[in-house]
Design a binder for this molecule. Structure first.
Ligand code: ZN
Ligand code: ZN
Length: 130
C-alpha cells in the first residue's frame, strides 16, 4: 500500500486544526506557517489545495476581506465579520443581523430591500496597542 493517502489525510487534519486554532480567520500563508511547525515538509500549494477541498466539503468557509487575500473560517454558520484596517485581520462579530422586515421605507429612501450586507471595519486590539 502506498503511504500517500495517509499523509494527505494527516495534512488535511493539521490544516483544519490550524484554521481552528489560529482564532481569527487566517490566510493561506498564515495557515501554511502554522502547518509547517507540525509538518515541515508541507508545501504552500498543498495547503492551498487542501483548503480548497475543505471549502468544497463545507468544513470551512472562504471569507473575502477588502484586500486580495482570502481568509479561512472554521465557523460555517451564518455570521458577520469585522476587519482590521491596519493588519487586515478578519474576525467574527456577534451581533444580531439587521432584520429586513423591520426596515421602514423612509429609512431606506423608499427602496425595496433585497439583501443586507454588514461590513464592519475597525482596528484590532493588537494594532491599537502600537
Ligand atoms: Zn490589526
Ligand atoms: Zn467568521
Amino acid at each position: 500500500m502506498d503511504v500517500q493517502p495517509r499523509r494527505n489525510t494527516t495534512q488535511k487534519r493539521v490544516i483544519l486544526h490550524s484554521v481552528e486554532q489560529l482564532g481569527c480567520h487566517p490566510t493561506a500563508v498564515q495557515i501554511y506557517n502554522a502547518v509547517r511547525e507540525m509538518l515541515p515538509r508541507t508545501s504552500l500549494s498543498t495547503v492551498y489545495r487542501n483548503l480548497g477541498i475543505l471549502v468544497d466539503q463545507g468544513r470551512i468557509k472562504a471569507v473575502k476581506g477588502t484586500g486580495s487575500e482570502i481568509h479561512y473560517d472554521h465557523n460555517t454558520g451564518e455570521h458577520n465579520h469585522i476587519e482590521c484596517t491596519i493588519c487586515g485581520r478578519v474576525c467574527d462579530v456577534h451581533v444580531n443581523p439587521v432584520n429586513i422586515e423591520t426596515l421602514n421605507p423612509e429609512t431606506v429612501s423608499n427602496f425595496i430591500v433585497l439583501e443586507v450586507h454588514m461590513n464592519i471595519i475597525g482596528i484590532c486590539p493588537e494594532c491599537a496597542e502600537h
